[in-house]
Unconditional design. Sequence first.
Length: 147
Amino acid sequence: MFDIGFGEIFVIALVALIVIGPERLPKVARTLGHLLGRMQRYVSDVKADISREMELDELRKLQSTVEEAARSIEQSVHQEVRATESQLDTLTAAVTDLAPASPAAEAVAAPPVSEAAPPVTPPAAAPASPQLELGLDAVGQAPRKQA
């Protein structure tokens, strides 16, 4: 990170020992270690916040893309519905115009109720032939004999 070698660290420690003194050096080193730990935690928190913001930004872009696609699909569906409704209205108007012009069509289309055919009755059923019982109805019972 800072490109500091072992020799440079040794020189810094020697100068700190001379300037600070052997009595206060452990306390200063401990404080320096705590400050470095806090700094590392702060940097990692900032990195995590930045990555979260980047992910949120990507999600917002994705959401806007999906919303645009949904709007375009909705518009195309509405256009198709309007086109179908206009075609249906045109066909309905054409059928309405043709219906009064041919009164014979009404007579052919719906026969009078009085001329309706009588209901068909089914033919009488033939008597059923005798069947053998297999005795599978009750497991514990003995099969019955037929006479």
